[in-house]
Design a binder for this molecule. Structure first.
Ligand SMILES: NC(=O)c1ccc[n+]([C@@H]2O[C@H](COP(=O)([O-])OP(=O)(O)OC[C@H]3O[C@@H](n4cnc5c(N)ncnc54)[C@H](OP(=O)(O)O)[C@@H]3O)[C@@H](O)[C@H]2O)c1
Length: 359
């Protein structure tokens, strides 16, 4: 019996391949371990960022691959096909962080009614969210199309929710306008959706080919292409949330807005054109938005369940829009996975597409 893994060369993400490995023997699983079949996973630019930061943020250590290669983590679903844990039955469905592979062995720890954690030694030292699995068997919120939306967007919308909360808490640093780069990305439009209606103008920055899509969403007050950013009025305070990670764009914006740039938060790297050596820029100092800090702060302030309750309400309001905003496409097998990977890596996926895959 074999397992299949999709792996990429760590030092050249254009190089990728599918490998077969021996499937772990169900009978030989250690106590409390589970053998899980990865049944579906989503793939977006966020997963490419995991690969781009694989060494720096330890993503490569989560799902080991042969030397020189990495297995990119993905959000999705798995079915337990063998269990050595007394409280977890074969047939259970889990939602969480999986490798691009057909199978994963999980060392089940901290098992509760709602979830569990992979306690494998090589998975420690990363944020707890990356080792947590939700037990979702029979939960309608994860069934069918709703499940695809969860895999495609829930992790991204969590970041959107946290940035919106952080900006709101800081009264948008005195700005009445917020610019979002890669406005067509799911993370950006989730944030635009949340900010829209707060009395703050949301400006989407995007490439010419994605203008129509961004305008069609209805959650941006204005859409500006990257080549026109210096045409925006620069005499009033503005905040910037950067999903693109484009150093040249950041420099252009900071020089244009000068001291009116009141906040400059870095979130993503969709353009993969970040210079290691950025100059000191006028206006607020660019800084990475670190989601776990905001989660920890709110968990303390909002008490047990407070975060989930607020996030759940925001998610419930957001999801109905997705029927208009996303066309989910399912792909099966190594060739489909490789095509979606390379298309995503090279910016060829139209923003209205949401890919859900199985190896
Ligand atoms: N820090 C965190 O905790 C955190 C959490 C969630 C997401 N993020 C980051 O937010 C970013 C957006 O992720 P997502 O999954 O929401 O993206 P997505 O929906 O897949 O975004 C697609 C958009 O990104 C831009 N893009 C993607 N690949 C490109 C390429 N190769 N060349 C040029 N542009 C490209 C294009 O937008 P434009 O034409 O509009 O530029 C494209 O329409 C990622 O970098 C992700 O890692 C960070």
């Amino acid at each position: 019996m074999q397992s299949t893994d999709f792996i990429v060369a760590r030092d050249d993400l254009q190089q990728c391949k599918v490998i077969d490995t021996e499937r772990p023997d169900a009978a030989a699983l250690p106590n409390e371990a589970l053998l899980v079949e990865v049944t579906r996973f989503a793939f977006t630019a966020n997963n490419i960022t995991y690969a781009a930061l694989g060494d720096q943020l330890k993503y490569w250590q989560l799902f080991p691959a042969p030397a020189g290669y990495g297995n990119i983590p993905v959000w999705g679903f798995g079915e337990v096909i063998a269990s050595k844990h007394p409280d977890i039955a074969v047939g259970e469905t889990l939602f969480g962080y999986f490798p691009m592979a057909t199978h994963l062995v999980i060392e089940a720890a901290d098992v509760s009614k709602r979830g569990l954690r992979d306690g494998a030694a090589h998975r420690q030292g990363v944020a707890p969210v990356y080792n947590a699995y939700s037990r979702i068997s029979g939960d309608p919120a994860f069934a069918g199309k709703q499940g695809y939306y969860q895999a495609l967007l829930r992790p991204l919308f969590t970041l959107s929710f946290l940035v919106d909360d952080f900006l709101g808490e800081n009264e948008f640093f005195g700005a009445k306008r917020v610019m979002l780069s890669s406005a067509s990305s799911k993370t950006a439009y989730g944030l635009a959706y949340l900010i829209h209606g707060r009395g703050i103008k949301v400006i989407g920055l995007t490439s010419a080919g994605n203008v129509d899509f961004v305008k069609s969403l209805g959650c941006y007050d204005e859409v500006v292409t990257y080549d026109k950013v210096t045409s925006m009025p620069s005499d009033r305070p503005v905040a910037y949330v950067d999903m693109a990670g484009n150093s040249a764009l950041r420099e252009q914006l900071h020089r244009h807005f000068g001291e009116q740039m009141k906040y400059s938060g870095r979130v993503g790297l969709t353009h993969r054109s970040t210079s290691a050596d950025e100059p000191v820029l006028p206006g607020a100092k660019p800084s990475w938005f670190f989601a776990p800090d905001q989660i920890r702060k709110r968990a303390k302030e909002w008490g047990p369940g407070g975060f989930n309750e607020r996030f759940g309400a925001a998610w419930a309001g957001f999801v109905p829009n997705l029927d208009r905003w996303i066309i989910v496409t399912e792909g099966h097998g190594p060739a489909a996975v490789q095509n979606v990977y390379l298309d995503t890596l090279n910016g060829r996926v139209p923003p209205d597409q949401g890919h859900v895959l199985t190896l």
